[in-house]
Design a protein around this ligand. Structure first.
Ligand code: MLT
Length: 236
């Protein structure tokens, strides 16, 4: 099995996705929040690139969620904190979500045969689902501020680690993938500290959002794997 790793959404060329399963990773916080939202009973998550597009997609009964500059968007019911997504508020509802990088990365991967959302909280489940889909894989690290983000690379390394241990065939990756696998193996014992000390982690802490990091840096909290099904991500 071939596993390519793309360092940031800006480097995502459409041809990298053809005939593959794409796993889009935005640990802080979009893909972690997607897992939390589906755990809380959201029926589907429609990714939108812009705030205007998100508003235009709303149908009666839907909820609008997302962020710009890490803050809830004016007029939206929900932000991009996993803890915003509680059963009592979102259960049974469809969510329209727009975030700076995460939802943009999902839309960049549309050429792929399958699109999954991966995070530390569902890394092993994500690797398992990707294996069941029997395609080569591309891991797209969404990044932050148009650049590579350490926490996304760490998660790519963790998914690679799990693919290696679960796959009956050899897993081959590119040089960036090998570097992320080594990073993960080196930091596996202190994921929370490594994510918290990343540039995005420090930024979120300064903004009073450290509690989000505690959730997003946990590994394998959930078996939920968001998978694109038509225009919405649902449970795989
Ligand atoms: C994004 O999609 O850019 C991030 O999830 C931003 C954030 O954490 O608010």
């Amino acid at each position: 099995m071939q596993v390519g790793v793309i360092a940031s959404v800006n480097e995502a060329r459409a041809d990298r996705f053809t005939h593959r399963t794409a796993i889009v990773i935005d640990v802080l916080r979009a893909t972690s929040t997607m897992v939390a939202a589906l755990e809380a009973g959201v029926t589907g998550i429609v990714p939108a690139e812009t705030v205007m597009e998100a508003r235009a997609l709303v149908r009666p009964g839907d909820m609008l969620g997302g962020e710009r500059f890490c803050r809830k968007i004016a007029g939206f019911e929900l932000g991009n904190s996993p803890s915003d997504y509680r059963k009592e508020t979102v259960g049974g509802k469809r969510l329209i979500l727009t975030t700076t990088n995460g939802t943009r990365a999902i839309l960049k991967a549309l050429r792929a045969e399958n699109v999954l959302a991966g995070a530390l909280v569902n890394a092993t489940a994500c690797a398992r689902t990707a294996l069941e889909l029997r395609r080569d894989v591309v891991l797209l690290c969404a990044g932050s501020h148009e650049e590579f983000a350490l926490e996304d690379g760490l998660c790519a390394g963790m998914i690679l680690d799990r693919l290696e241990s679960l796959c009956s065939q050899p897993v081959e990756t590119d040089d960036f993938g090998s570097a992320m696998l080594a990073l993960y193996r080196n930091r596996a014992h202190c994921l929370v500290g490594t994510v918290g000390n990343s540039a995005t982690g420090r930024r979120l802490t300064k903004m009073g959002l450290a509690k989000d990091i505690d959730y997003c840096a946990e590994s394998d909290l959930s078996d939920v794997v968001p998978r694109l099904n038509g225009d919405a991500l649902t449970r795989a």
